[in-house]
Design a protein. Structure first.
Length: 171
């Protein structure tokens, strides 16, 4: 039987506990979950694609260690069209997280466009966990810029990377 490969794409600038929650739950939904870190120059990310991918890989290694059953979650980076990357990876569906109403319109449009580009690729959504529904990379960066404590929103190594990145920027 063919494997059910799911792609969870995002900018992950940087990875938050909200993303981690979706990764952990998404990993239970198919045979293989690929976290796909998008170049996304349009969003002018703070971290380079290499840095973002490394931060996701470090957390996914921890998730894989904790979750011994099934196939490990993979982390890959991509540029270009998500539907092309998904096809190339043999994915059958795209996974996205939904926070309250703010995400809905954008996610609805993107899912519709991807469906038109690649009719067999379904987008599925997981609702943000109750404790994470307000967590967004954008706000985490804003809090960090003003020296606020971000450790309840992101893992320790992401908090450290944020501190370092902002210190280097201001140097
Ligand atoms: P993108 O630039 O592709 O929207 P993000 O890194 O901002 O990338 O988000 C990737 C995916 O994770 C999106 O589907 C987004 O809605 C979801 N997501 C982000 N933060 C959370 C959160 N706190 N809870 C659940 N899903 C989230």
């Amino acid at each position: 039987m063919s494997q059910k490969v799911i792609i969870y794409p995002g900018t992950f600038d940087p990875l938050t506990y909200g993303h981690i929650d979706i990764i952990e739950r998404g990993a239970q939904l198919g045979d293989q979950l690929i976290v796909a870190v998008s170049l996304n120059l349009g969003k002018q990310p703070l971290f380079s694609i290499e840095e973002r991918t490394e931060l996701v890989k470090a957390e996914v290694a921890r998730i894989n260690d904790a979750n011994k059953r099934g196939l490990p979650v993979l982390v890959k980076s991509f540029s270009g069209l998500l539907t092309d990357f998904a096809t190339q990876q043999g994915a059958t569906s795209i996974l996205r997280g939904l926070r309250a109403v703010a995400d809905f319109e954008y996610e609805f449009q993107m899912a519709s466009i991807n469906k038109r580009l690649h009719g067999e690729l379904e987008t599925m959504f997981l609702m943000a966990a109750e404790q994470q529904h307000f967590v967004a990379s954008r706000f985490v960066k804003e809090v960090a810029v003003f020296g606020g404590d971000v450790t309840s929103f992101v893992p320790d190594n992401v908090a450290k990377a944020l501190k370092q990145k902002l210190a280097n920027k201001n140097a």
